[in-house]
Design a protein around this ligand. Structure first.
Ligand code: F6P
Length: 322
């Protein structure tokens, strides 16, 4: 394989640039050319591209976001949209494509593979960590560290004012970010979709720990598909317990900023693995890290199977959150 494309799709994640850089360098080492497709599948449809040589990817390893831009394309879901995308691929002589994103983006790439014979590799790039086939996604570690910093900062003011704080973090319909940042930040309670808790239960736990001398609390809440829902939850808890509550919705702060060392290293490993797989003419896989080693997971598993929370970490909730 001589000519490959690369795009980022869905929500941007810190480490995507490090991944683009790694893939471009690995490809050039194998005498393959790389075309960057701007704005995800939208750019593929509209032929918005840039040549990625060694110089283009210099000095981007530390940057958040994605130099290629990203989008969620409705047009690509239509056959006509994909026909236009296929024309762009043909125009640039692209034989393979690396799609950095989540399972929705991988489904898009797989359609191109099945309909037009393109060779595809998906790479897990999302802060949510909700992709089956890898212990961690690119961007997750940075997002967790951002949420952890928020927990630490909020603790100062929560303690000073003796308040109950609700810190809502992202994660789409999962609790990966909430669990990891809540455990590492010493949160008093966690509200995650994988372990549903009703408000009464939350209130009685809070009342119990306050009766034992606690004067403030931080509750890390996953957005759980309903961004902003912690405002209502905090109001219910305040009405039920009489404790003063405050809410902080962290939002897109978690998506930006320099990637952590962990995310850059992961991005490097996976970017190179995707190029190696294309070089070997493999298609329809997602290189990921499973128990410390690179593993290629069939792309369709990423949407057919569900990644679950680390059970050991989940068990820690009952011991450490109080
Ligand atoms: O998938 C990444 C993510 O940041 C989710 O955590 C969040 O639910 C969603 O994207 C927000 O999307 P948007 O940036 O389109 O509002």
């Amino acid at each position: 394989m001589k000519h490959i494309g690369i795009l980022t799709s869905g929500g941007d994640a810190p480490g995507m640039n490090a991944c683009i850089r790694a893939a471009v360098r690995a490809a050039h080492a194998r005498d393959m050319d790389v075309v960057g497709i701007n704005r995800g599948f939208t750019g593929l449809i509209n032929d918005e591209t840039q040549v990625l040589d060694r110089r283009t990817v210099a000095n981007i390893i530390h940057l958040g976001g994605t130099i290629l831009g990203t989008a969620r394309s409705e047009e690509f879901k239509t056959r006509q949209g994909r026909e236009k995308a296929a024309l762009t691929l043909e125009r640039h002589g692209l034989e393979g494509l690396i799609v950095i994103g989540g399972e929705g983006s991988f489904q898009g790439g797989t359609l191109l593979q099945n309909e037009y014979g393109l060779k595809i590799q998906g790479l897990p790039g999302t802060i949510d960590n909700d992709v089956f086939g890898t212990d961690q996604t690119i961007g997750f570690d940075t997002a967790v560290n951002c949420a952890l910093e928020a927990v630490d900062r909020i603790r100062d003011t929560a303690l000073s004012h003796e308040r109950v704080f609700f810190l809502e973090v992202m994660g789409r319909n999962t609790g990966f970010i909430a669990l990891e940042s809540g455990i590492s930040g010493g949160a008093e309670q966690l509200v995650i979709p994988e372990e549903p808790k009703n408000t009464d239960e939350l209130c009685s736990r809070l009342k119990k720990s306050f009766s034992l001398g606690k004067k403030s609390a931080i509750i890390v809440v996953s957005e759980a598909g309903r961004p902003g829902h912690s405002v209502e939850l905090a109001k219910d808890v305040e009405n039920n317990t009489g404790f003063e509550t405050k809410v902080c919705v962290l939002g897109h702060l978690q998506r930006g900023g320099a990637p952590t060392a962990g995310d850059r290293t992961l991005a490097g490993k996976l970017g190179v693995a995707a190029v190696n797989a294309l070089y070997e003419e493999k298609s329809g896989y997602m290189p990921g890290i499973i128990r410390g080693r690179i593993a290629l997971t069939p792309l369709h598993h990423t949407w057919e199977r569900r990644k679950t929370l680390d059970p050991e970490l989940k068990d820690l909730m009952s011991v450490l959150c109080d």
